[in-house]
Design a protein around this ligand. Structure first.
Ligand code: Z5A
Length: 213
């Protein structure tokens, strides 16, 4: 039985995750594939609204408390993701558990502690990591409006993402984490995204696995 593919686009702020996830969604539609777009944090849920207020600095929370809320925000949708995949729907997701670890560990929380609440979430079949230097990201529109959009923080986040990617590919047969140079034109980045995603969109017969289980 074939199921949908679960593709996550991760990256630094302003690396073009939203742009590329939307472009991939349109390309899938053009070739007649069913897909659903997700974005974390999902700011529409009750938990998402608390996260939104925190990111806009309208509320303050303990670092551990906000970390657990980000994770709970993913668990809210976990069973729906699994159901959709089983029904043959491809899931395209803008940020996932990897952002959770990278941002909270950058604030000084222990790496393993940060990973723990997301263990057993549905695992993506592919993570496309959009890599961009913090200096280049800063030149793009809107940078600097939210809580974590500071160059020093982004440098730490980039290092931790690197560690996560290396560990994912050691633990998984076949590269699951692919780094894409996101400092180029949108069209060039989109071509790379498509080249990696294309092989998965016919569906896969692999069972759904769980993150870090
Ligand atoms: N966070 C966390 O701490 N823990 C968690 O578990 C999760 C998240 C899930 C909000 O995330 C914050 O939450 C985020 C991590 C933290 N930290 N911060 N800050 P978000 O995803 O809601 O917000 P964001 O990271 O700031 O993403 P974004 O604003 O959506 O950026 P993006 O999706 O990477 O980029 P974009 O919107 O596609 O493009 C940004 C601009 O660049 C826009 O003007 C585009 O037209 C332009 N752009 C895009 N691509 C290009 C290229 N190739 N060339 C030139 N210009 C481009």
């Amino acid at each position: 039985m074939s199921r949908g593919a679960f593709i996550v686009i991760e990256g630094l702020d302003r690396s073009g995750k939203t742009t590329q996830t939307a472009a991939l969604y349109e390309q899938l539609k053009e070739v007649g594939k069913v897909a659903k777009l997700l974005k974390f944090p999902d700011r529409t849920t009750a938990i998402g609204k608390m996260i939104d207020a925190y990111l806009r600095s309208q509320s303050d929370l303990d670092d551990r408390a906000i970390h657990l809320l980000f994770s709970a925000n993913r668990w809210e949708l976990a069973s729906e993701i699994e159901k959709d995949l089983k029904e043959g729907i491809n899931i395209l997701c803008d940020r996932y558990a990897f952002s959770g670890i990278a941002f909270s560990a950058s604030k000084g929380l222990p790496y393993e502690w940060c990973r723990a609440p997301d263990i057993s979430l549905p695992s993506p079949d592919l993570v496309l990591f959009l890599d961009i230097s913090p200096e280049k990201a800063k030149e793009r529109g809107g940078y600097g409006e939210e809580r974590y959009e500071k160059e020093e923080m982004q440098k730490k986040v980039r290092e931790i993402f690197k560690r996560i990617g290396e560990e994912m590919n050691v633990a998984t047969a076949g590269a699951k984490w692919v780094v894409i140079d996101a400092g180029r034109d949108c069209e060039d980045v989109a071509k790379d995204v498509w080249a990696h995603a294309e092989g998965l969109i016919e569906g896969t017969s692999q069972p759904i696995t769980r993150l870090w289980d």
